[in-house]
Write a protein that binds this ligand. Structure first.
Ligand code: GLV
Ligand code: MN
Ligand code: MN
Length: 352
């Protein structure tokens, strides 16, 4: 299957184990170049915007009609999976090639640095929305793996996303005082790592107390970083998610310092309905779910683009941001058919 072969080509770029294409890296550039080549092969007009986002345009015969967009991102977390982001770009291209749309223009987009290797995430789509998308597309539909266990548990290959949770990210620095590990009595220490550990546990407890919220500390830098020196300074990353902005604030209250917040967002009724109709037409269960992961579709939705997302079942218990991420070829085939059908419908809507 061509989509799987292309995902393998992208997966091989970082050299493994896992996908290694952090935003802003030469590996992300290489992925964009590879996909630009596939876009050209498919007859799309390729364009790169000032943020490095890649667009492949299938020009319709009526340029006065608004474009319909699909796509996702090509960067990955370190040791990431084969499907996160890449499926939405490669699968979006495949779906566009399968549509018989002649009139409205279809666009495949690959956004830069969605994972936030250098910041709060979705750098490419945020930059695009800050500059303004003119003209606004009629719809953006992002295909993505679920990255969680719910579709697998429901026995459903596909799901339609209703909205994306609120999130906050940032770095916290905790200062202590260095000293000799052997001679400083416990009562006289100001150990920055002990304070950091207490913060991690407070975050865990607050997230557990706020229903459905999650808190993660994934990076920790300890200075000066020697086994016989009491830690004097610790920086730690904080990643908080909650169902709505009010619950997110309950988590943020635990963190000293500034966090960059992204509000919860609801996805648009029009393209969501187009996806649900495609599921129904194929006799597939109509599962709707909220996304706990952030996505470029959320950024576009917040900027006023009618955006929707189609999730494909993640296997292996839904594991993601891991080389164990897995989705079955048969589920991807179904997703391509549903995406192509929805893009065709959305392109036909207003074509009167
Ligand atoms: C993107 O993968 C995120 O961290 O939600
Ligand atoms: Mn992703
Ligand atoms: Mn991701």
């Amino acid at each position: 299957m061509r989509v799987l072969e292309r995902l393998d080509r992208l997966y091989a770029i970082g050299g493994g184990p896992g996908a290694n294409r952090p935003g802003g890296s030469p590996e992300e550039d290489e992925a964009h170049e590879l996909v630009a080549g596939w876009m050209r092969e498919a007859g799309l007009e390729v364009e790169v915007d000032p943020a490095g986002n890649l667009f492949g345009r299938l020009r319709g015969r009526r340029p006065e009609l608004a474009e319909v967009w699909t796509g996702s991102h090509l960067d990955s977390v370190p040791r990431g999976g084969r499907f996160d982001g890449a499926l939405g770009v490669v699968g979006g291209l495949e779906a566009v090639e399968r549509t018989g749309v002649q009139d409205r223009s279809l666009v495949v987009v690959a956004f830069r640095d969605e994972e936030g290797s250098t910041g709060p995430g979705c750098r490419g789509s945020r930059s695009l929305c800050r500059r303004g998308i003119d003209p606004t597309p009629a719809a953006f539909v992002e295909l993505h793996v679920e990255q969680g266990p719910r579709l697998e548990a429901a026995g459903a290959p596909l799901g339609v996303v209703t909205g994306i949770v609120a999130s906050a990210r940032g770095e916290v620095v905790i200062e202590g005082r260095e000293g000799h590990a052997g001679t400083t009595p416990m009562a006289q220490r100001d150990d920055a790592l002990v304070a950091a550990a207490e913060l991690v546990l407070r975050l865990r407890d607050r997230a557990a107390a706020v229903g459905g919220a999650v808190a993660t500390v994934g990076c920790l830098t300890v200075e000066p970083g020697a086994s016989n020196v009491i830690p004097a300074r610790v920086s730690l990353s904080v990643d908080l998610r909650a169902r709505d902005d009010a619950e997110l604030e309950e988590l943020c209250a635990v963190v000293p310092g500034e966090l960059s917040r992204t509000s919860a967002v609801e996805l648009a009724a029009g393209p969501r309905t187009a996806l649900l109709e495609q599921l129904a037409a194929r006799g597939l269960p109509s599962v709707e779910l909220v996304s706990g992961a952030g996505h470029d579709a959320g950024v576009l939705a917040a900027a006023g683009v009618p955006a929707a997302m189609l999730f494909v079942r993640s296997l292996n218990g839904g594991i993601s941001h891991s080389p164990d991420e897995h989705t079955a070829a048969g589920d991807i085939e179904l997703a391509l058919a549903v995406l192509a059908g929805a893009l065709e419908r959305l392109a036909a809507a207003g074509d009167d």
